[in-house]
Design a protein around this ligand. Structure first.
Ligand code: HEC
Ligand code: HEC
Length: 378
């Protein structure tokens, strides 16, 4: 009896608190929407504390790049369930912009079953990882677009870390800068955000939305704004393939790489920013790589060389992208020499040259020892 009464009291009390809370939230919402870091917290050493309630945020889409469609070894073989914090979603709906303070979460989910009563397909398995990106001019003034990238994924047993430090710019930001549709975010793969952009009304309301003109999407810069194509190459480098600009150009022009051990059967639309997305490219890998791959080695040896021919729409050769391994340790890209020239006749059209060109390494960090094309070549 006594406890019952006690509970009743607590109950009433909670109700009062709850209604005060509701009123406060309703009144305070505009202020709430303006505060910047509501949905994330950095600790005193600048590490991002893993957000825990993101599955109740706004869900925007699930890209999947399964192994079966990527030669058996996709760099990211799992589903990516992507969420945005609710205040940033509202603002994106109103203004079509990611507010300062946006946080997006990408939860990695393994491919589980490939067969259900509905048919064959890809069905989600287990949660295996967690990544985040935050736009904040206050915390990340030096990052391009003020976006910083984090991973809580701990490869062991799908456990996630409690905190994560932002990656260096070259590891994540560059690829997002060059290939993502809207302000470093891959909205082209998130139907919810595509529908919301500039909708200025409930995007779930199809009839009303139809009256709205699709917003102009600004052209995406192919290379990061802070693109710097030249870095130094250590003097004492001994490689079989020349690394001095003129000698390398002449070597490419001689097309000696065409007798490399491994080559793609024919040109195919490029997925990289080299010259232009979608133009034909063809990749060649030398004997050093072929031998090392057959031995099942993960790190490629010194003298590994990959050449990518780049063609115009009409099929004329218009340049090459080259990677040559100069050190045993790939040192997140500094152990590779990078070169790109955007003409097959004019050696001065160098887009990048040197060891560890940051703009090149961003995308390539996702590869196996920096190489994105999977082996054996097809
Ligand atoms: C090779 C290019 C590439 C690199 C490098 C890259 N990403 Fe992404 N990222 C993508 C693509 C493509 C998507 C959207 C589709 C998907 O998830 O597969 C994406 C989406 C994301 C998203 C969801 C929000 C958004 O911006 O669209 C997060 C978070 C993210 N990546 C984190 C990271 C982190 C952390 C790193 C560095 C460890 C990284 N990315 C490096 C290509 C890249
Ligand atoms: C926006 C992402 C991106 C950037 C930046 C980038 N690449 Fe690539 N690169 C790719 C992709 C994707 C491939 C796979 C083949 C294709 O589809 O073009 C590739 C392939 C290559 C290859 C063939 C070997 C491989 O990894 O598959 C070479 C060599 C290469 N790139 C060199 C460079 C150089 C040099 C730079 C800097 C000037 C550079 N890349 C910058 C995305 C990128």
């Amino acid at each position: 009896m006594k406890t019952n009464k006690h509970f009743r009291k607590v109950g009433t009390f909670t109700l009062v608190i709850a209604s005060v809370f509701v009123v406060t939230v309703m009144v305070a919402q505009p202020i709430f929407a303006k505060t910047q870091s509501d949905f994330f917290r950095l600790d005193s050493s600048g590490e991002l504390v893993r957000p825990t309630d993101y599955r109740s945020w706004v869900y925007v889409g699930t890209p999947v790049t399964p192994n079966d469609m990527n030669g058996g070894n996709a760099p990211f073989p799992e589903f990516h369930n992507v969420y945005i914090d609710p205040v940033s979603y509202q603002e994106y709906k109103q203004t079509g912009k990611f507010r300062d303070g946006t946080i997006m979460i990408k939860e990695l989910v393994s491919v589980g079953s490939k067969q259900a009563v509905s048919g064959k397909g890809y069905f989600q398995g287990e949660f295996i990882g967690l990544e985040a990106t935050i736009k904040s001019s206050k915390h990340f003034p030096k990052e391009p677009g003020n976006w910083a990238y984090f991973s809580f994924t701990n490869k062991e047993g799908g456990m996630v870390k409690k905190k994560a430090m932002a990656f260096p710019t070259s590891a994540c930001n560059a690829c997002h800068a060059s290939a993502a549709k809207d302000d470093f975010v891959f909205t082209q793969y998130y139907p919810v955000l595509r529908a919301a952009k500039n909708a200025k009304m409930n995007p779930e309301n199809r009839d009303e939305r139809a009256a709205i003109q699709p917003p102009e999407v600004p052209p995406v810069a192919l290379l990061p704004a802070e693109w710097k194509g030249t870095t130094s190459t250590p003097e004492n480098i001994q490689t079989d393939i020349p690394t001095k600009p003129r000698a390398l150009f002449d070597w490419l022009k001689s097309q000696k790489y065409q007798s490399f051990a491994a080559k793609e059967f024919k040109a195919h639309p490029g997925r990289g920013p080299h010259t232009e997305f979608g133009l034909p490219v063809r990749v060649f890998m030398n004997d050093v790589i072929a031998t090392s791959k057959k031995q099942g080695k993960k790190q490629l040896p010194v003298n590994s060389c990959v050449v990518k021919e780049m063609f115009t729409k009409a099929g004329d050769l218009q340049g090459w992208a080259v990677m040559i391994k100069t050190n045993d340790d790939s040192n997140s890209g500094k152990g590779w020499f990078w070169y790109e020239v955007t003409s097959a006749t004019d050696p001065s059209k160098i887009a990048a040259i040197g060891n560890g060109v940051p703009g090149c390494m961003g995308c390539h960090a996702a590869g196996r020892d920096m190489v994105l094309t999977s082996f054996p070549l097809k």
